[in-house]
Design a protein around this ligand. Structure first.
Ligand SMILES: [Zn+2]
Length: 247
């Protein structure tokens, strides 16, 4: 019972350049790459024992680029959450709590929206291993882009997975970067970090800076290589969370 990984080059957000494709038994999670040579590489990894199912953590382009190609090669069924907006036919819709038999253990589906609608984390039952998609990353950061990115839901998802990982074992396999030995600790750091940013956004508002771009310039100043487009998108998610809370 184990999680295997192949990192595929994808059009993802720098500094990440690859998305991890995971295999557990006869299930593959996120055959991510739209590039032909990467799809060939994925197929040579899988072809001796072709998968029967393809599970998707979410619908972002750097996670689904190789789905159609892999399905054509081996006829695997594609499964995702109903809220995922996918540009191809989904064979099976999965929900929170669903269990997927892999032949090498059961993957439990945890609906974890916030970064993307219909985002899933897959827990390999009894192992303490979690395939976490874009819940957290060990390379780069997780970006929330409004209107889809929702900070309140994201914080809830982080909290829920952190708690469960603390009680059942929490080695996280992210979509970007190496496995994370203490996943719950990283999830809690993310939560703290978002609260710290919310505090900074509140302080900027109190100083009369009201537009997301202006706030982003203020609070992300001095971070090398910061992309203000994404930074202001982050600020937007903090602003709408504060509005939802009435303050
Ligand atoms: Zn994503």
């Amino acid at each position: 019972m184990s999680v295997q990984v192949l990192a595929l080059r994808t059009p993802t957000l720098l500094p990440a350049t690859h998305t991890n494709c995971y295999r557990v038994g006869d299930v593959v999670v996120d055959p991510a790459s739209p590039y032909e040579e990467e799809q060939e590489r994925l197929w040579s990894w899988l072809e001796k024992n072709p998968p029967r199912r393809i599970l998707l953590t979410h619908h972002h382009g750097d996670h689904i680029g190789g789905v159609e190609d892999l399905r054509r090669r081996c006829g695997a069924r594609v499964a995702a959450h109903r809220d995922a907006r996918l540009p191809f036919v989904v064979d099976d819709f999965l929900e929170d709590g669903d269990r997927v038999e892999t032949g090498a253990g059961v993957l439990i589906c945890h609906h974890t929206p916030g970064h993307a609608d219909g985002h899933f984390v897959f827990e390999l039952e009894g192992s303490g291993d979690w395939i976490v998609g874009d819940l957290v990353a060990s390379v780069g950061t997780i970006v929330l882009v409004p209107p889809e990115g929702k900070l309140g839901l994201y914080l809830e998802s982080l909290e829920r997975v952190a708690q469960q990982g603390e009680s059942r074992g929490g080695r996280f396999f992210p979509a970007h970067g190496d496995p994370i030995a203490d996943g719950p600790a990283l999830a809690r750091m993310y939560i703290q970090h978002r609260h710290m940013r919310t505090g900074q956004v509140r302080a900027a508002l109190a100083e009369g800076i009201e537009d997301a771009w202006g706030i982003a310039e203020r609070i992300y100043a001095g971070i090398p290589g910061v992309n203000l487009h994404y930074a202001s998108a982050q600020v937007e998610t903090h602003l709408s969370w504060l509005r939802d809370q009435g303050g």
